[in-house]
Ligand binder design. Sequence first.
Ligand SMILES: Nc1ncnc2c1ncn2[C@@H]1O[C@H](COP(=O)(O)OP(=O)(O)OP(=O)(O)O)[C@@H](O)[C@H]1O
Ligand SMILES: [Mg+2]
Length: 261
Amino acid sequence: MATTLAKADGAETVEHAARIEHVSKSFAGPAGQQLVLDDITLDVAPGEFVTLLGASGCGKSTLLNLVAGLDDPSSGSITTDGRPALMFQEHALFPWLTAGKNIELALKLGGVPKSDRRERAERLLELVRLKGSYGKRVHELSGGMRQRVALARALAQDARLLLMDEPFAALDAITRDVLHDELTRIWKETGVSVLFVTHNVREAVRLAQRVILLSSRPGRVAREWTVGIPQPRRIEDAPVAELSLEITEVLRGEIRRHGQH
Ligand SMILES: Nc1ncnc2c1ncn2[C@@H]1O[C@H](COP(=O)(O)OP(=O)(O)OP(=O)(O)O)[C@@H](O)[C@H]1O
Ligand SMILES: [Mg+2]
């Protein structure tokens, strides 16, 4: 839960990892302005794991980019607790650098002194269970290993909020499953807040404390679910499957309502 702090002047400020208030976003299109996000309001509490779920094209990445500060909302406001770290479906690692040097670059940009970088990078690689891969080049790593390095690099930024845009979508089911376990462990170990975008209902339920369903055209918050299933969860656990079915039904309704296939 978010902590409410009473200020001396009586006004209240609420501490959040992210606070999205009445955010709308339009893009200029051939037929004029296209409303992509419509009046989105949601908070991510410190240490909370929230998944943002919705059909393709509903505006999930647009919203994440706004939270990351890569673009500005057309209206409404977004505040975050410090600058968030980002992780995408494509690892976006520099291929000419080793795994370790990719992480060290993020540390350098974060102002970590040169003398500390190597040790910090080694520790981060250990955290994502890639001990011994410091000197490996990107092409020597499997897809799952690359996403582990990308996660380590995101964590190197020491952000209090981690924004993840379908980071495991390109991986096979078994590798994805392993990375779900790793992410849950790392989230617990570090206490980082996570806003995780996916169109995979089971993945959303497997990972999150709260699932927020976005409708399409324009994207609005359609429903949200608090997921009380204890961790560790498995994607095939009965409660995960049951809640996923319920959410899928609502998602199907949303997609039918908007005439998408
Ligand atoms: N820079 C842009 N200029 C114009 N239109 C854009 C821009 N970025 C996104 N859009 C439009 O906004 C809508 C939402 O796109 P977005 O990428 O946010 O969807 P998404 O939910 O992330 O989809 P997916 O699940 O396929 O990744 C789409 O119709 C897209 O064409
Ligand atoms: Mg997207």
